[in-house]
Design a protein around this ligand. Structure first.
Ligand SMILES: [Zn+2]
Length: 303
């Protein structure tokens, strides 16, 4: 066994152990407890499970939703009760062994870039389109190192005023405290808000996707594609990756890759190509495998 990962989300905490070929050999999934203390305890028990099946010093990475302030080490997350807590130091104390931490979107990007849909490319942007929007940029098999701890928070770019105006979108304060973030209109729940603004009806993202060839859903769908196309062209102007790997619930909509490829090409300057947009192929293992790989890299980088 080469490394292990623990993927903590709002509904489950999954531990996976990886062999030398980076395929998962064993996994154990438990429900995410409701309280902070129980979550810390549950992660420590998952670590015990890994150590009992491997060795106490196997590299272990933990991927979690949200951010951690670099100096105070305080967690900021929206769908788990860790906000305001010194989550990483509490986990380390409960486990009593060194572990690596990584944001879930960054873990996804690393896993897909190294083992998944981006594995033959030098530069890969992982883009999660789900309950939230986030990502990570991987160059030569490594995430760009964080300077301040917020690299990849790309769902919180502001939607350009011309698009807010074009679709008549009311201004919205995002869960992050900023105003008119892409996440507010282009995430899964965001598509619902977009549909309400454009059609006046309550339509969820699944309904919009399934009915996108007819009115009024077509207008919502094309607005959503234009929003994601705009987000991706900004990222392309910034890092110009060879490949963009899509993950998250909205990336599973049939035909979404082609629709977003067209949207990005429309947003691109005339005469220039665009990054190759691909769907993730790491399945449910991406978070845990990215975390395990980050821990393995950190161990091998150590002097
Ligand atoms: Zn935001």
């Amino acid at each position: 066994m080469i490394a292990a990962g623990i993927d903590m989300g709002g509904t489950k905490i999954e531990a996976q152990i990886f062999g030398a070929n980076w395929q998962a050999t064993e996994s154990q999934r438990i429900s995410t407890p409701a309280t902070y203390g129980d979550i810390v305890e549950a992660i420590a028990r998952q670590h015990d499970w890994i150590a009992a099946r491997t060795s106490p010093d196997i590299p272990v990475g933990i991927c979690t939703t949200g951010l951690t302030t670099p100096e105070a080490g305080v967690s900021v997350a929206s769908n788990v009760p860790t906000t305001g807590k010194p989550f990483r130091s509490d986990i380390k104390a409960a486990i009593g062994a060194p572990v690596a931490f990584i944001n879930d979107c960054r873990a996804f990007a690393l896993s897909e870039a190294r083992f998944g849909a981006g594995r033959h490319a030098r530069s890969v942007l992982g883009l999660i389109l789900g309950t939230g929007i986030g990502g990570g940029f991987v160059l030569n098999g490594r995430l760009i190192p964080d300077a301040t701890g917020v690299g990849g928070e790309i769902g919180h770019f502001g939607i350009p005023g011309r698009l807010m105006e074009k679709y008549g979108l009311p201004s919205v304060t995002c869960g992050c405290g900023r105003v008119d973030c892409f996440e507010t209109y282009a995430s899964g729940p965001g598509m619902e808000r977009l549909a309400a603004a454009i059609t006046g009806q309550s339509l969820n993202s699944r309904h919009v996707a399934a009915n996108r060839h007819q009115a009024p859903e077509a207008k919502v769908w094309s607005a959503w594609c234009e929003l994601i196309g705009e987000l991706m062209i900004c990222l392309t102007f910034c890092v110009d990756p060879e490949v963009i790997v899509l993950g998250g619930g909205l990336s599973k909509i049939a035909g979404v890759r082609d629709a977003l490829t067209e949207a990005l090409q429309r947003a691109q300057y005339e005469g220039f190509g665009i990054p190759d947009i691909r769907s993730a192929d790491g399945g449910d293992a991406s978070g845990a495998r990215g975390a395990a790989y980050a821990a393995w890299q950190a161990r091998n980088d150590a002097p």
